[in-house]
Write a protein that binds this ligand. Structure first.
Ligand code: MD3
Ligand code: FE
Length: 216
């Protein structure tokens, strides 16, 4: 019997509010990590993590992939959602049921009912990789929240304002944490500080972030 898994399932989520409509659900994904990682492996066999370039030609330090009806890509033509993986010219892998179920539960717990994401972006960070301050503006629906699942090495997340130069608060995100961003907080600038070297027992020397979105 897996007593620890049972114990996790009974832990109430520790909720931290970091914005008017932005909540960190500490450890919310922990009871489902095994299923998430199995589903993730399956997705990444079909659409592997790869380096992408910004429209300005800079290589992103995180490696990316996607699943679901729409995947996020960037190249010299710009940022966009596309139904096809540019590596294979085939549809992105199907959104795993485990992602959908967990994202809906997290969105509900944060007060957003009926969340049905059609896009899932996967970011993999090796030590030193980061994500510069940016806004997520490519999603058609701005009323749906974004649900993000952190796995592996911890990160220091930067949560800013509506101008790039606004002050940022720093929030540590750990393996199993889920963040739900909605409403007034959806267009805030945000980023990830360079990941510190370390080893995670399940993920090794990396951090994986899975974001679920309603993009179409
Ligand atoms: C706050 N990813 O993929 S996830 C991204 O940890 C992205 O990989 C980061 O920013 C990561 O676009 C942060 C959390 C996140 C996602 C979307 C947001 C925070 C957000 C949209 C608005 C405000
Ligand atoms: Fe973002």
């Amino acid at each position: 019997m897996d007593l620890f898994a049972e114990q996790d399932l009974q832990q109430p989520a520790r909720v931290e509010r970091i914005g008017e409509q932005a909540l960190v659900l500490r450890g919310f994904a922990l009871p489902r990590v095994k299923e998430l990682l199995a589903a993730l492996d399956c997705v990444l066999l079909q659409s592997p993590l790869r380096q992408m370039h910004t429209p300005g030609g800079l290589a992103m330090s995180a490696r990316l992939s996607s699943c679901g009806d729409l995947g996020w890509t960037t190249d010299r033509h710009g940022y966009r959602y596309s139904p096809l993986d540019p590596l294979s010219s085939r549809p992105w892998p199907a959104m795993p049921e485990a992602f959908l179920v967990l994202a809906e539960a997290a969105a509900s717990a944060a007060g957003f009912s009926g969340f049905v994401p059609d896009a899932c972006l996967i970011n993999a960070y090796a030590p030193g990789a980061k994500m510069s301050l940016h806004q997520d503006k490519n999603e058609r629906s701005c009323t749906a929240p974004i649900v993000s699942i952190s796995l592996g090495l911890p990160a220091i997340f930067q949560f800013g304002g509506f101008e790039r130069s606004d002050p940022t608060q720093r929030v540590s995100l750990f393996h199993g944490d889920i963040v739900v961003w909605g409403g007034v907080d959806r267009l805030r600038f945000h980023g990830v500080m360079p990941i510190k070297p370390g080893h995670h027992s399940l993920l090794g020397e990396q951090r994986i972030n899975i974001t679920l979105r309603q993009a179409g």
